[in-house]
Design a protein around this ligand. Structure first.
Ligand SMILES: [Fe+2]
Ligand SMILES: [Fe+2]
Length: 282
């Protein structure tokens, strides 16, 4: 385990507290097929997201790295190094989870290839500043998913212990680095129209692709027509107290001019999960 950027708070400047953790998960065949709540809906929803992480995180790394030399703030520069380290490890570990899913007959490799093609298109069509803004937008999604979903012990406890540790680790690091791409964008461009436009584009692409990928995995699993599973799943994510529904107000804050990722303070929650799942002191 290596600490890459631990920076003490200073008035008026952003602070970063990122740790790059090497995990080396080995997913054994003892992991149940539906490792989240023993439920195909929940498991395949996360599996569809995991499928796209290796190419997606590679895009995030590239989009930030191409501006590293333009950053003069030493704290932000150090945080970029840690951001790249964290995302590279996420890709590697999620590739392991993706392989496990493929061994079990879930075609997440097809999704991974499609996301890779989409990322290549974005590299061609978007300017470097737009690519960076796109990354900052998707990082807002991953921060929300982490803070309002995956860093909740009652969700993690319904997962197989190995999977809970993987998702807890990823969510902790997404929360730690949630401001890095955003701050790099502010430092090198700061164009509000680019920032908002890429959030709009990212929201449409992310929602369409992840929904389609999830439905295709569910259909192929043979559980697509299980009405009870659908009622449970829709209630869990989109019901009155549903996880995704609860995220909407925080998602919308990104469109405010004065938005900054640090406005969501998740320190206490983060500390609890680090102690519980990463054997780390707060
Ligand atoms: Fe990540
Ligand atoms: Fe990230």
């Amino acid at each position: 385990m290596t600490s890459a950027a631990r920076i003490s708070p200073q008035e008026g400047t952003p602070t970063y507290d990122l740790t790059v953790r090497r995990m080396d998960f080995e997913f054994s065949d003892e992991v149940p097929e539906y490792w989240y709540g023993n439920d195909p809906f929940r498991t395949l929803l996360l599996a569809a997201l995991s499928a796209g992480f290796p190419p997606g995180e590679c895009f995030f790394i590239d989009s930030v790295r191409q501006f590293r030399d333009q950053i003069t703030d030493p704290e932000l520069k150090k945080a970029i190094g840690a951001f790249i380290g964290q995302e590279a490890h996420h890709s590697k570990e999620h590739a392991g989870l993706n392989e496990l899913m493929v061994r079990r007959g879930h075609a997440v490799n097809k999704i991974e290839n499609e996301v890779a093609r989409l990322m290549d298109k974005l590299r061609l069509k978007l300017s470097p500043a737009e690519q960076l803004a796109h990354t900052a937008a998707i990082e807002h999604f991953t921060a929300l998913m982490s803070e309002q979903f995956l860093l909740h012990a009652d969700e993690l406890e319904t997962m197989d212990p190995q999977m809970a540790k993987l998702w807890a680790w990823h969510a902790v690091e997404e929360t730690e680095h949630k401001a890095v791409a955003f701050d790099v964008f502010k430092a090198v461009s700061g164009d509000e129209w680019i920032r908002i436009k890429q959030m709009l584009i990212g929201s449409v692409l992310f929602t369409l692709f992840s929904t389609r990928d999830f439905l295709s995995l569910l259909y192929a699993s043979g559980h697509f027509w299980d009405a009870r599973m659908w009622i449970r799943g829709m209630d869990h994510f989109w019901g009155r107290k549903g996880i995704f529904r609860r995220m909407i107000p925080s998602y919308l804050k990104y469109y405010r001019r004065d938005f900054h990722p640090s406005q969501h303070d998740s320190g206490a929650q983060l500390a609890k999960i680090k102690v519980r799942y990463l054997n780390q002191t707060a």
